[in-house]
Design a protein around this ligand. Structure first.
Ligand SMILES: Nc1ncnc2c1ncn2[C@@H]1O[C@H](COP(=O)(O)OP(=O)(O)O)[C@@H](O)[C@H]1O
Ligand SMILES: [Mg+2]
Length: 409
């Protein structure tokens, strides 16, 4: 909260009107305790904010989980329809500046003259003249250091001089609403994870069956066939041992070749079950080894070592494996790149190819098991999976998740 606590001597409305203030407080409480539905809360906040500050529109941007981007979370109509579709990098535009500096910004007129301003085509025509923007911080002196939750903006069509008291009121409202926003986000994240867990559990059962069938097939058609012939060759060798030692020697050589083949097949079957390198080499080196194991494709790997629990490393490896399989199967690429980065609290895995690309939005992305499976793994890691691809332009797959996540094994 800004100095000169609004509920103290000076009222948030900048004038002594306790009845009005009490009404406002009651409305805020009503809005923030409306439930745990994030969209509903943001819609309520936007409406209440425009009404209270007598402005025309309100935008609520939320800091995404990587802490690098602001995403429009809610707004007054008609802009609420753009929730989730408008993004700003930290430092970009007025809102990005407010987020990066943790300070309010006011523009009275001629926003184009302000170096911080950036026109967002997604928001359409710009018929707004003045704006005020404040950071939304949660936490207080009593509950640890404040955390940036997002940015709250109000705009007016008519020229408006936002006073210090206006900005203070906006900041005060933002502070009161921050906790509710955080709770709703947390709730949404947990609900998504739980859903992902449920779907994942179903798929695990299915995948287990498929895997068992594969393994049974490999043992039956490959390994056990070879062991059967191996045993024939050994009996033939035993029969021939006395009369014709050279036949026995040939049979033994055959048997040896079959034993080696069976061993190779056993190794392959095991490797398909669990990536054996992962335990020995760790994730970074395993990804490099994975990249080197694809003869059809030139794959550059760049992986910085990071300490991750085994089940997390396995998930990341599986996502990389499936992504590279997709590159081989579908992309017709000549080159691909695998990158594993650890930046602050965030781990990023990128798989990029220069192949033919596709439309991730189109139905084909939902039909395979691969992409949905990767998404579920990402959600279980408490992270996100982005697929950037256009026909003719290659594909970039980006997994991001917090390193210190509490994903369940
Ligand atoms: N790297 C890629 N390049 C081109 N197309 C891709 C790529 N990755 C995925 N696709 C497309 O997305 C579809 C879905 O992929 P996925 O879910 O892994 O299923 P599957 O690999 O079993 O077809 C693929 O069939 C393909 O059309
Ligand atoms: Mg696939």
């Amino acid at each position: 909260m800004t100095p000169g606590t609004p509920l103290g001597r000076m009222t948030p409305l900048g004038r002594a009107d306790p009845a009005k203030e009490a009404r406002l407080l009651a409305r805020i409480i009503e809005t923030i305790s409306a439930g745990l539905d994030l969209e509903e809360i943001l819609r309520g906040i936007a409406a209440l904010t425009t009404e209270t500050t007598q402005t025309d529109v309100c935008f609520v941007y939320l800091l995404d989980e990587t802490g690098e981007r602001l995403v429009l979370g809610g707004a007054t109509p008609p802009f609420h329809a753009l929730a989730g579709q408008v993004e700003l990098k930290m430092g970009e535009g007025i809102s990005g500046w407010v987020a990066a500096h943790g300070r309010p910004a006011v523009i009275t007129e001629d926003k184009h003259a302000d170096q911080r301003y950036k026109h967002l085509p997604a928001l359409g025509r710009e018929d707004f003249t003045s704006l005020a923007s404040v950071p939304i911080h949660s936490g207080s002196v009593h509950h640890g250091p404040p955390r940036l939750v997002g940015v709250l903006n109000v705009h007016t069509r008519q020229r408006r001089e936002f006073s210090d008291a206006d900005v203070q009121l906006l900041g005060w409202m933002a502070g009161l609403m921050a906790g509710a926003i955080e709770n709703a986000r947390l709730h949404r994240m947990l609900a998504r994870r739980e859903e992902a867990m449920e779907r994942f559990a179903e798929r695990i059962v299915l995948a287990q069956e498929t895997e068992r069938r594969r393994l049974a097939g490999e043992i039956h058609d490959g390994i056990s066939q070879r062991v059967v012939s191996l045993s024939f060759h050994l009996s033939a060798a035993a029969d021939a041992l006395n009369e014709s030692p050279h036949v026995a020697a040939r049979e033994i050589a055959e048997a040896q070749a079959l034993a080696e083949a069976a061993l190779d097949e056993t190794r392959l079957a095991i490797a398909g079950l669990h990536p054996p390198v992962l335990d020995d080499l760790g994730l970074a080196a395993s990804l490099e080894s994975l990249a080197g194991s694809i003869p059809q494709l030139e794959v550059h790997a760049e992986a910085s070592p990071c300490e991750l629990p085994a089940h997390v490393a396995t998930s990341v490896y599986r996502i990389a494996q499936e992504a590279l399989q997709n590159v081989v199967k579908h992309a017709g690429a000549s080159q691909a790149r695998v990158r594993l980065l650890s930046h602050g609290d965030t781990i990023t895995l990128e798989i990029e190819d220069d192949g033919k690309g596709f439309s991730p939005e189109a139905g084909n992305a939902a039909t395979g098991y691969g992409l949905p499976g990767m998404r579920e793994r990402a959600e279980l890691l408490g992270g996100t999976l982005e697929v950037k691809s256009y026909p003719g332009q290659g594909t970039l797959l980006r997994l991001r998740f917090p390193a210190n996540n509490q994903a369940r094994p």
